[in-house]
Design a protein around this ligand. Structure first.
Ligand SMILES: NC(=O)c1ccc[n+]([C@@H]2O[C@H](COP(=O)([O-])OP(=O)(O)OC[C@H]3O[C@@H](n4cnc5c(N)ncnc54)[C@H](OP(=O)(O)O)[C@@H]3O)[C@@H](O)[C@H]2O)c1
Length: 325
């Protein structure tokens, strides 16, 4: 059984492994198979991964709809986190990538998005509502007041932010109760360790780190020959160049004997490593099918030592130096 952990100063508790529902939305991941996605969600919940993280923008509502379908009849068992502020409809804010995504964390936008997410998820209350990214055109204090209004109204239980810099976290926290931060965090992406993570620990803001498997790279399933379709963001991502794959492969070769000694997979070991780093409340792990979901849900069934965790960290030092942000 996965022991739930308190989410910062809020009343919400989350599982240390959280199911990440980005890939099952299909967008940026080369499409999705709805049945595989539903199976992955069901298997995760059945294996104790009862916290699920999604976002309105994942598949443009599709991921939230799938999560809504999967939790029907078992709402009381699950904790649902979703995100707002990345809009694919009007009104336009600041353009981000090649697709028409706009950052918009204006108060009226947040209130409207919350209603849309509640409908798609088929729930009365969202357990954790997070601002997906910094919207530099909207004072974060205004966005946080809208989040707090939703909390007071009982539409959300806890407020979170994601991809925020330290000064934005500080401003957000001064404006309303901030329960959690969702930054990238893995053995090769440790950028938050310098300032953001210590600050959050000190202020009792939970850190739920995303992409602990570095989008599959740390599982050993991305060898030199693996090709991704154009519509999978990994086909263009700088972490997936041949040079980067080789650097990761070299580090994986160093740590594989540690996984083997416990009869764990690389994926399971790297998930556990992430969750065991000081100050990390939970790791958000993506899975595209039931097999991956079950496998990942069992990642805490092994007992690695502090010494082994330190060796893993050291093995990825060079990767982290090159890749961290
Ligand atoms: N707030 C944000 O801006 C933000 C950004 C990114 C992610 N997130 C959150 O964090 C979650 C997880 O991040 P992520 O999906 O980017 O990356 P991840 O968890 O590091 O990697 C997930 C991917 O790795 C592969 N995989 C998973 N389990 C595996 C296993 N046991 N064996 C082999 N391959 C396996 C799957 O892709 P393939 O099978 O296709 O290789 C899967 O889609 C997201 O779903 C989302 O909830 C948030």
């Amino acid at each position: 059984m996965l022991q739930a952990r308190q989410l910062g100063n809020s009343d919400v508790k989350v599982t240390p492994i959280i199911f990440g529902a980005w890939a099952i939305g299909g967008w940026m991941w080369g499409g999705t198979d709805d049945q595989d996605a539903l199976d992955a969600l069901h298997v995760s919940i059945d294996h104790g991964v009862t916290t699920i993280d999604t976002a309105a923008v994942y598949g443009f509502g599709h991921s939230e709809e799938l999560v809504g379908q999967a939790i029907k009849g078992q709402r009381d068992k699950v904790v649902i986190a979703t995100k707002c502020g990345n809009r694919w409809d009007g009104p336009p804010g600041k353009d981000t990538k090649d697709v028409q995504i706009h950052r918009n964390s204006k108060p009226e936008g947040i209130i409207w998005e919350c209603e849309q997410s509640l409908k798609r998820l088929g729930v009365d209350v969202i357990d954790i509502f997070q601002i997906h990214r910094q919207d530099v055109e909207t004072p974060v204090e205004d966005s946080m007041r809208a989040m707090e209004k939703l909390r007071q109204q009982g539409k959300i239980k806890a407020i979170g932010v994601s991809n925020f810099s330290l000064d934005w976290i500080q401003r957000a926290q001064a404006a309303a109760p901030l329960a959690c931060n969702q930054p990238p965090y893995s053995a090769v992406q440790r950028g938050i360790e310098k300032e953001v993570l210590p600050y959050c620990r000190q202020r009792n803001i939970a850190t739920i780190g995303y992409s602990p498997l570095e989008r599959g790279l740390l599982t050993g399933s991305v060898g030199p020959d693996r090709k991704f379709p154009e519509s999978d963001h990994r086909s263009k991502h700088r972490f997936f160049t041949q040079e980067s794959r080789q650097r990761i492969a070299d580090a994986l070769a160093v740590v594989k004997p540690i996984a083997d000694a416990h009869e764990a997979s690389l994926a399971q070991m790297m998930i556990q490593w992430t969750i065991n780093q000081p100050g990390i409340t939970a790791a958000l792990v993506g899975a595209r099918n039931a097999q991956q979901a079950e496998h990942n849900a069992k990642a805490l069934e092994f007992s690695f030592s502090a010494e082994e965790f330190a060796k893993i960290r050291e093995a990825f030092d060079e990767c982290a130096r090159v890749m961290s942000r």
